[in-house]
Write a protein that binds this ligand. Structure first.
Ligand SMILES: Nc1ncnc2c1ncn2[C@@H]1O[C@H](COP(=O)(O)OP(=O)(O)O)[C@@H](O)[C@H]1O
Ligand SMILES: [Mg+2]
Length: 267
């Protein structure tokens, strides 16, 4: 799940797509949006657990982290951790260090079982190895913006899922992303999210489907409607008693998006 723009539904959809696929969810968002949602009132016990962060510990050991088992409609989770903040604030806080790359660029290095590696490269290799070790699909939630956490997730992915809200802020960010990353990714699935039945949203839908906007390796996926239940729920829609109509509709739309991602990953 990637988008430079925040607030487009990456974390919301990551949790639900992970459930739909029976996947392990890796939360790379430093403030842990998906982890907060997953853990509810206990989320901070995960986020502020004694370090190192599960992801960083696993990189250092060269072994997959043990996912938390998700009770009642939650996916298995490798939680975020407050130490991940140090990887985005430029300080690195003793869990990583800056070094000059051979191209002369400052690069964030982390300890791995094979020695210090650039963070994004370490994640690229490790996430694929962990998926093999777990024998499951993996969904990675990433922070908005540009940085080594998102870059590592992008490089590891069979399919980069890009939620996009139909508005003047989200669509341009998507277009720039497609341009920058097109040559480097296997498949990109653009998911219009928070779509309302309004003329304005129809106009954006027209933009997205017009020629030359979404081109290979990106494809346009099924949309997900603006959903009051999805917005207001305090836990995944898959948790709790059997769903009513509004919840079932949102879950069906998310399942369709998950299915499309799965098909692309197998191409
Ligand atoms: N389909 C949707 N319908 C209604 N609200 C949504 C939908 N998808 C996401 N949201 C809401 O949008 C906000 C941002 O979602 P979030 O998943 O945190 O975005 P991101 O991870 O991209 O920053 C949240 O308040 C969430 O409840
Ligand atoms: Mg998020």
């Amino acid at each position: 799940m990637v988008q430079w723009k925040g607030g487009v539904g990456k974390s919301t959809l990551a949790v639900h797509i992970a459930v739909a696929l029976g996947a392990v969810l890796i939360d790379l968002e430093p403030w842990g949006g998906a982890t907060a949602w997953w853990g509810g009132t206990h989320a901070n016990e995960l986020w502020q657990a004694p370090g190192p962060a599960p992801v960083l510990r696993a990189l250092e050991r060269g072994k997959a982290p043990r996912p938390r088992q998700g009770a009642s409609g939650r996916p298995q989770l490798v939680p975020s951790h407050e130490q991940l903040l140090a990887l985005t604030d430029g300080v690195a806080g003793g869990v990583a260090a800056w070094a000059w790359s051979p191209e002369g660029l400052p690069t964030l290095m982390v300890p791995t079982s094979a020695g210090p590696r650039p963070l994004s490269e370490a994640l690229r290799v490790a996430i694929r190895a962990w998926a093999d070790e777990w024998g499951t699909h993996v969904v990675v939630d990433t922070p908005a913006g540009f940085g080594p956490l998102a870059d590592g997730g992008i490089a590891a992915a069979d399919v980069v899922v890009l939620p996009v809200t139909p508005d003047q802020w989200s669509v341009p960010a998507l277009r720039k992303f497609m341009r920058a990353y097109g040559p480097r990714i296997r498949h990109g699935l653009v998911i219009p999210n928070r779509v309302r039945s309004r003329a304005e949203d129809d106009a954006w839908a027209e933009v997205m489907t017009s020629e030359g906007v979404i081109e290979p390796p990106f494809v346009l996926g099924p949309p997900i409607q603006e959903s009051e239940v999805l917005h207001s729920t305090r836990r995944p829609l898959t948790a709790g008693p059997s769903p009513g109509k509004a919840r079932a509709t949102a879950l069906e739309q998310i399942a369709a998006a998950a299915q499309r991602a799965l098909e692309l990953s197998e191409e």
